[in-house]
Design a protein around this ligand. Structure first.
Ligand SMILES: Cc1ncc(COP(=O)(O)O)c(C=O)c1O
Length: 408
């Protein structure tokens, strides 16, 4: 599979240098099939979904629902009603935080999150618990960046039923460690605590089967898995989606409306107020198809491991470089490296790399408390996708070593 030929952006030159795109954890590049469908729908099926009887609307609805079905299959969800389409991971988590807390949380009770959360799986819970007079509790990570199932058990026992939900990331966007979500979920369920998994990074690097995981909610964004921005997914177990109140009101999320009373549409439309991003939703089909193809291609998976091991080894050779997220089992690490280098600011390094055509992330990575846990306010991050190459990693290392020398 000539994977690079699927992604036209990879042929770009940046400042007259071939682009090396190592910021995939922020947003992945889009394959031609997604770009083609996007363009085609804007011309052939630009009609609002689930509304009119005319051909354009009917076709747009079919494409939208095909996108939902592609997600259902990808996650092995039991039914269409389990898949709510949102604008992204952040929107999905805000939905659950607001609706779950409104229905299930009372003063003095708690939501448990981990110390490794992106702001998108932290701030929504802060807002929602504050509204109910409830609190947030934080499950710590150790110096390696790992979560402890035993510590979770201890906290749930100590909470005596006052923890109402666990919200935890599948893979941290800073640490790049695959968390033991199955064990965390099993443990939480022993205490009848439901679990939301932030799958913004997990969806790309793991095979996600929501029934096997037995998670109560799973959230991810399309743009990190080769679809356009502005589309996201919330998988939820039916029992929760049915019991929670709607999130936003308006549009087709209703059954009947009078001035006195409104009844709501059946799942999943109950949570899909207003005009959805139906073009982006439709694009989930080709995006997930290529994601699946890449995940099932042994050569690409081998390449990811080779690049990961190469970068891990070479980065550690740089004097004064500190890497964050080093699991005891090295196979639990995805090819995502966040690090700091003594005597060189991450933003300065990122700028030099950029001038050489290499895109990386620098800053707080939307995880300030996690960076603080490791005594940092800013890091540099290189995050890889299956379309990256070992030659790119070698160029990256050469430029990084030179940049460090320049700044010291
Ligand atoms: C772990 C994690 N959670 C949540 C998000 C938020 O995703 P989005 O901005 O697409 O809503 C991100 C994005 O980087 C992420 O990495």
């Amino acid at each position: 599979m000539d994977v690079r030929s699927y992604f036209p952006a990879l042929d770009r030159q940046v400042y007259d240098k071939p682009l090396i795109y190592f910021d995939n954890a922020a947003t992945a590049q889009r394959p031609q099939a997604v770009l083609d469908l996007q363009q085609r729908l804007c011309v052939e099926a630009c009609g609002n979904i689930h509304r009119a009887v005319h051909k354009l609307s009917a076709d747009a609805t079919d494409f939208y629902e095909a996108g939902r079905e592609a997600v259902r299959r990808y996650l092995n969800a039991p039914g269409r009603e389990n898949i709510v389409l949102t604008s992204g991971t952040t929107a999905s988590i805000n939905l659950v935080a607001a609706c779950f807390c409104e229905r299930y949380i009372e003063k003095g009770e708690r939501i448990l999150i981990s110390a490794a959360e992106h702001h998108s799986n932290l701030v929504p819970w802060q807002l929602a618990t504050a509204r109910q007079g409830a609190q947030l509790e934080v499950l710590p990570v150790d110096d390696a960046g790992e979560l402890s199932v035993e510590e979770l058990d201890r906290r749930l026992k100590a909470a005596k039923g006052r923890i109402r939900l666990l919200a935890v990331t599948h893979i941290s966007n800073v640490l790049g460690i695959v968390n033991p979500v199955k064990d965390l979920i099993e443990t939480a369920h022993r205490y009848k605590v439901p679990v939301l998994v932030d799958g913004a990074q997990g969806i790309l690097h793991e095979t996600v089967d929501v029934q096997a995981l037995d998670c109560d909610f799973y959230a991810f964004s399309g743009h990190k898995i080769y679809a356009p921005t502005g589309i996201g997914v919330l998988y939820g177990k039916k029992q929760w989606l049915e019991a929670m109140p709607p999130y936003m009101g308006g549009g087709e999320m209703i059954d009947t409306v009078t001035f006195e009373k409104t009844t709501y549409a059946p799942l999943p439309l109950k949570y899909e107020a207003g005009t959805q991003n139906f073009v982006a939703a439709a694009c989930l089909s080709p995006a997930l198809e290529i994601a699946r193809k890449m995940a099932e291609e042994p050569a690409l998976q081998e390449n990811l491991r080779t690049m990961r091991d190469y970068l891990r080894e070479e980065l550690q050779k740089i004097d004064g470089l500190r890497m964050y997220g080093q699991p005891r089992d090295p196979e639990k690490k995805i090819p995502l490296f966040s690090f700091t280098v003594e005597g060189a600011f991450p933003a300065d390094l990122a700028q030099i790399l950029d001038k050489m055509g290499i895109a990386v992330r620098s800053g707080h990575m939307c995880a300030e408390p996690l960076l603080n846990r490791f005594g940092q306010t800013s890091m540099l991050r290189a995050s890889l996708a299956p379309y990256n190459t070992l030659a790119e990693c070698e160029t990256f290392m050469t430029v990084l070593r030179r940049a460090v020398r320049m700044l010291r």
